[in-house]
Design a protein around this ligand. Sequence first.
Ligand code: 6R9
Length: 649
Amino acid sequence: MSEQEKIYPVTAEFAANAWINNEKYQELYAQSVENPEAFWAEQGKRITWFKEYTKVKNTSFDPHNVSIKWYEDGELNAAYNCLDRHLETRGDQTAIIWEGDNPESSKNITYRELYEDVCQFANGLKKLGVHKGDVVTIYMPMIPEAAVAMLACARIGAVHSVVFGGFSPDAIAGRIINSDSKIVITSDEGRRGGKQVPLKENVDEALTNPHVKTVEKVVVVKCTGGDIHWHDHRDLWWHDVVAGCAKECPAEPMNAEDPLFILYTSGSTGAPKGLKHTTGGYMVYASLTHQYIFDYKEGDVYWCTADVGWITGHSYILYGPLANGATTLMFEGVPSYPTHGRMGDICDKHQVNILYTAPTAVRSLMAQGDDVMSSSTRQSLRLLGSVGEPINPEAWEWYHRVIGNGECPIVDTWWQTETGGIMIAPLPGATDLKPGSATRPFFGVQPALFDSEGKELQGATDGNLVLQDSWPSQARSIWGDHERFVQTYFSTYKGVYFTGDGCRRDEDGYYWITGRVDDVINVSGHRMGTAEIESALVAHKAVAEAAVVGYPHDIKGQGIYIYVTLAEGLEASDELRIELVKWVRKEIGPIATPDVIQWAPGLPKTRSGKIMRRILRKIAANECDGLGDTSTLADPGVVDDLIEHRANR
Ligand code: 6R9
């Protein structure tokens, strides 16, 4: 039997004890799609509302009128749901276990302590003149203050825009400009793998951009104590901001459709898009999926290894788990420091029950061999999760056998920044697992596969993945550009949401995500637009033209392969190659570090001048025999040259 056909049935333990078994799944799923109104009216009750909703769903995917509203007349506060409502029952329970980069530093923060910290900082933000609806940019390491800052914004109705700490000054500036942020919250430096990350310095540089006009204050957490430049008129220490502030702060009543946060993500064209997420539906969906997909039970210690700079961190480190009163672990460091056994050591140290990580982390550990985890037992683990990119069956098996000691189901969760929460995933008490498949849709999610002509495909087949109706945590728009939102997601296929992913459905109705069908690449679970990398490259004076594609990479999933045509009269050299790699890191950030640069005297183009990426992808993947039809090329000779000079890697 091939690996792909192997089935891991629901374990007896999960079948008996899980929130949802298969009958329940079938029953609730049917309800959720036949009568979404009634289903979501009921699920909405898991959230505490200041004002009850009377309307539930009001959504349209009609390209002439895309409009998405859930619980639209309800009022609530996200921070209240994550904190205040737990104080009476679990004030002394640990809300956040923080594990430092240094294995000797960790601390537990109770719900009451977190509540007080959030209130105090919320008062600090108010003191700085932050009002409901203002945008606050957060560029921070994985320290508790990042969570406090996000929740403090939510508490006063400010909209947070978290920028991942691995992004460059240019990327920060772009996001600040696009969102008109008034305040930036950062720290002196971050710590990762024993090294310092110059966060404040990056913010300083971002703010030298002449187009940044809205930032009034920069709040700086003292994290490493490293040397930084200080601008008296603008910079404030976090500890000075909170000094003297009360530890009580009323939670602002927010309409369900008021924005909770903006999060930028890459698409196939143009600058990153700021997806706008709102409050009510997001909180309902994040908490519901967290409970059922991770089968979260009272007292479980839950660890999601993502960074809060990504949607996974928003929904499944912070909002979902805290809304459910969970103990959520926040890790400052990286899986390989000080040793490759670190993740297992953390599981043992904090008795982690549920571990949610990315395939790239699994593959890099797998490359170290089976005894990479020998310093830990991981006996506390009950369930494993995967997110960010397709998990290949070999990595799935290894994750199951080595990390999970062969005893833990794996929930492979497919979703996107745009979806706000998990869309397709197994429920561990209901769904037999097939390694490599995200399996079946969650409640209310209606996937379908379309061909390139826009025809819906039935049965077992391959196609482009769309979602046919709205769900509560769906992004409502692109910040400041609703037209682009409509164009990007609702114009390819009429009346449905287009995900940008390819997918196969098998005989059992299981979904297997095959990867992006657009010009987005996924490097170590980080989503990047090839167009963004190309525009960074052509901004370098030596580059006349550049084309970027992804190619299969053993650990990262996809690597970045770049074809560069040099400016007239310039010679290719190793120095120039190194310079261009550095340039891209500086322009976008280390996550966009090129893996391969091939010098290309010309790029394959159609007669109308469009670069034929299909061919470049094949050459990068070393599939030069299957180039397909090249007859539409303006100059077919270009391809032979590229094949002949394929870069070694
Ligand atoms: C949550 C997140 C979204 C893109 C998505 C898809 C890929 C995510 C996946 C997966 C296969 C999974 N993706 N989870 N592919 N199986 N379980 O990662 O959001 O950063 O917006 O990326 O990631 O291609 O379209 P985001």
